[in-house]
Design a binder for this molecule. Structure first.
Ligand code: BEZ
Length: 386
């Protein structure tokens, strides 16, 4: 008799929890990503990845419908504060997911901190976001700029190169990635003899390529991404440099770009926390579902968007969709182990993925993983007080 009453009570409780979840209004998710400019394809892939995970959960996270609000940030830091405030103040979003460009993300992090809005960064690597600007309500599903730079420096030093030149756009992602490369390369016995840069998103590389040809270093390390990376790799090849000075880069140089780069990219070696041929059931399932949904292969950006949704889902599930339980939601996000297509990862105390950095080589249209440069590389999180 008692057992029957207990079973009925439990069933009633479960039904009322589900009913309570169903009664909650949709969770407002603000997507602030580039839809135009050199990073437009990256923003598109992040959005597709995020939405794929939500679709896998039946269009809801922890029982909550998701309502999207979108802003094209144009990868323009000068418009970033106005743009993010459209989501925070005009639309009243619960969560912001964005963005690609480090300079834009820094302004977003400031606004998120001031308004205590939950922010998940699905790409931008600005070191300060998990450094001096860290905050309990700011998370990253991607990387810090230091990480892929450092991992590529480990590979270049391991190959025995001694004199390197670097080339990048002159903004946080470029300078911080180069800093990471230099730290590992010089620790490994090499020397960076010259840093070259040009303003973002300029793609007039010719004068800088002429300087590389004159200096003849053992290796060139480059950070470029999106449309700029396509042009740089083609120009480097076109200048005849690939045969004389090996080109390496953080993996953004060749991710999401290979169809456009074609023969110019073949054989390039890069490092990143993702590769196209990670043969785990998790990655295979992700790639198949993405291909079916979007008739395209996913890249690192799609994967990071997918994992931003997984991180949000981990927090929301712990509070049964009740977003008002912010402390419990954040605590759950902090300690989640994310079953990512890249491999499982956890977050550093500053909320940045601690993850493996792969050695990748371009073969055809794929970044093929050939080894691991650094296992479980944490972001140093320098300057973060939380
Ligand atoms: C950045 O600005 O942080 C960034 C942009 C594209 C690829 C990687 C990093």
């Amino acid at each position: 008799m008692n057992r029957i009453r207990f079973a009925l009570t439990a069933a009633a409780l479960a039904a009322s929890v589900t009913a309570a979840q169903a009664q909650q209004p949709p969770l407002k998710v603000g997507l602030m990503l580039p839809a135009t400019g050199t990073f437009a394809a990256l923003g598109d892939a992040i959005e597709k990845g995020f939405k794929l995970h939500v679709q896998e959960q039946g269009g809801k996270l922890a029982g909550r419908e998701i309502q999207y609000f979108k802003v094209d940030d144009e990868s323009d830091p000068s418009k970033a504060t106005d743009n993010v405030n459209k989501l925070i103040k005009r639309d009243g979003v619960d969560v912001i997911v964005g963005t690609v460009h480090s300079g834009v993300a820094l302004a977003m992090a400031r606004a998120a901190k001031e308004s205590n809005t939950l922010l998940i960064v699905p790409n931008a690597g600005a070191d300060a976001i998990t450094g001096p600007q860290c905050a309990p309500n700011i998370f990253r599903s991607s990387f810090s700029n230091w990480q892929p730079g450092y991992a590529t420096g480990v590979i270049a030093a391991g190959k025995g190169y001694k004199r390197a030149m670097t080339i990048t756009w002159n903004y946080a992602a470029g300078t911080e990635t180069v800093k990471g490369f230099t730290e590992a390369f010089e620790k490994g016995g090499g020397k960076v003899v010259k840093d070259l840069s040009l303003p973002f998103p300029n793609v007039e590389f010719q004068a800088l390529l002429t300087e590389i040809a004159a200096q003849k270093p053992d290796v060139v390390f480059a950070f470029f991404a999106g449309g700029g990376a396509v042009k740089f790799v083609k120009d480097y090849d076109g200048a005849g440099l690939r045969k004389t000075v090996p080109l390496m880069g953080s993996g953004f140089l060749t991710d999401g770009t290979l169809e456009a780069q074609g023969a110019a990219a073949q054989g390039l070696i890069t490092s990143l926390h993702y590769g196209d041929n990670i043969e785990t059931p998790r990655n295979t399932a992700f790639r198949n579902k993405y291909a079916v949904a979007y008739k395209a292969n996913p890249d690192v950006y799609a994967m990071q968007g997918y994992d931003a949704a997984q991180m949000l889902a981990a927090g929301l599930t712990a509070v049964k969709g009740d977003f008002k339980q912010r402390d419990a939601l954040i605590a759950a996000m902090k300690k989640a182990q994310i079953d990512s297509p890249r491999g499982k990862f956890t977050l550093s105390p500053q909320h940045n993925p601690t993850q493996d950095f792969y050695i990748r080589e371009v073969k055809g249209n794929y970044n093929v993983v050939t080894g691991v440069a650094v296992k479980a590389l944490p972001d140093p999180g320098r300057g973060c007080r939380m």
